[in-house]
Design a protein around this ligand. Structure first.
Ligand code: HEC
Length: 112
């Protein structure tokens, strides 16, 4: 819990730096908006669609940059380009705060 809380605090601090002036990340709003992403990226940011990447635990910086790249057309994808076009700067900030705050654990494969 302490780790989670400090991660959220760090994420929020970072997103404030990355966000447009005056826009602070609203992680609860990000969680709500992320409901629209669940058919492909899963309810917890772990993808359920085979062609969709996991978003849980990605950095605020990366998530923000990718969503803005889809929105501007710098990165293109049939579905994501359309989805990102409808997102405001504030929604991107909130979504990035939410997905980055999800803690993921990795288990390396056993090598003999
Ligand atoms: C219909 C399925 C679908 C939905 C709904 C969807 N995505 Fe995606 N998303 C994808 C796919 C597929 C990709 C991989 C794009 C590619 O191959 O370039 C992707 C890629 C991304 C990436 C880049 C991740 C990376 O590792 O580079 C981000 C960030 C992202 N989506 C965020 C979102 C958010 C936020 C929402 C909800 C507002 C959302 N997506 C809704 C299918 C979806």
């Amino acid at each position: 819990m302490i780790v989670f809380a400090s991660r959220v605090a760090a994420t929020l601090a970072l997103s404030v730096c990355l966000a447009a002036p005056g826009a602070a990340a609203d992680i609860a709003a990000g969680k709500k908006k992320a409901g629209e992403c669940t058919p492909c990226h899963g309810p917890n940011g772990l993808a359920v669609a085979p062609d969709a990447p996991n978003l849980a635990g990605d950095s605020v910086y990366y998530l923000t940059a990718q969503l803005k790249a889809f929105r501007s057309g710098a990165r293109k994808h049939e579905q994501m380009s359309i989805i990102a076009k409808g997102l405001s700067d504030e929604e991107i900030t909130d979504l990035a705060a939410w997905f980055s705050a999800i803690e993921v654990k990795a288990t390396l494969p056993k090598m003999n």
